[in-house]
Design a protein around this ligand. Structure first.
Ligand SMILES: NC(=O)c1ccc[n+]([C@@H]2O[C@H](COP(=O)([O-])OP(=O)(O)OC[C@H]3O[C@@H](n4cnc5c(N)ncnc54)[C@H](O)[C@@H]3O)[C@@H](O)[C@H]2O)c1
Length: 251
């Protein structure tokens, strides 16, 4: 694919946590627009599975398993991916759900669990930005896309206070980063997701009815938004949080 709008065939993207779910959908969408995709996940087999899907569709992709919360592993993993597919032009910080996350009200959450959310959403994203931002600025083009959540902006009694706080934190960082790197041709934005889901079932149907558009979000919905934010055409969009939620929140 080349020549049309949102052509990414000259770009290399890194998508974290792309072994399943939303991240895999983002990887597929970017690759469909021509981007070479470095597929990260904590779980190597998951990253390989997404790469298999991309290569099966004739796309360029390479798996790099690392934990985004470990700065040394991030540096090594990013370098390894870049050796295969070129330096990272588009970073999508998607890894954001700690393994085994379950809703817990703040008063019942042990202190030892607080850092899991902050380490992943705040520090994990920072480590990945730190690994690629100098190269983007030196080359004069780059896109940082942060996947966030409505829980970063709206209070909810769902037991996601630390998760929401970590998303708010990284959204705040992105606004400042956007200003710092704007003169270098690099943009930084967040895409904050609402109720995501798939499959049938009573709970899904009930949740879906609460969304004005009448259904839950899909990885493809997110992939389309990320393609736009990552494109040349979005050069004037920076420092923003796009609420992608079927109308659930219109703040
Ligand atoms: N699913 C939802 O309802 C929803 C709603 C709002 C926002 N989001 C956001 O969308 C993003 C993706 O969510 P999802 O539902 O697809 O998650 P998921 O749990 O289905 O998949 C996330 C992937 O990230 C990987 N991962 C976890 N910790 C990692 C680490 N430290 N380093 C590297 N990889 C790691 C996991 O192995 C997993 O494959 C997250 O940022 C999440 O906060 C999701």
């Amino acid at each position: 694919m080349s020549g049309g709008m949102f052509d990414l065939s000259a770009r290399t993207a890194l998508v974290t946590g792309a072994g399943q779910g939303v991240g895999a959908g983002i990887a597929v969408s970017l690759a469909r627009q021509g981007a070479a995709v470095i597929v990260n996940d904590l779980v190597a087999e998951r990253a390989e599975e997404t790469v298999g899907r991309l290569r099966g569709a004739g796309r360029r992709a390479h798996a790099v398993a690392f934990d985004v919360t470990d700065p040394d592993s991030v540096a090594v993993g990013v370098a390894r991916g870049a050796e295969q597919l070129g330096p990272v032009d588009i970073l999508v910080n998607n890894a954001g759900v700690p393994a085994g996350m379950r809703p817990v009200p703040f008063r019942e959450m042990p202190r030892s669990e607080w850092s899991r959310y902050v380490d992943l959403n705040l520090y994990g994203s920072l480590h990945c930005v730190a690994a690629v931002i100098d190269g983007m600025c030196e080359r004069g083009w780059g896109r940082v896309v942060q996947i966030s959540s409505g829980a970063g902006r709206t209070g909810l009694a769902l037991g996601v206070s630390l998760y929401g706080a970590s998303k708010s934190g990284i959204e705040g960082f992105v606004r400042h980063l956007a200003h710092e790197v704007a003169p270098s041709g690099v943009t930084a934005n967040c895409v904050a997701l609402g109720l995501m889901g798939h499959g049938a079932g009573d709970a899904t149907a009930r949740l879906a009815r609460s969304v004005p558009v009448g259904r839950l979000g899909s990885p493809d919905d997110v992939g389309a938004a990320v393609v736009y934010v990552a494109s040349d055409e979005a050069a004037w969009l920076t420092g923003q949080t796009i609420a992608l939620n079927g109308g659930s929140s219109t703040l």
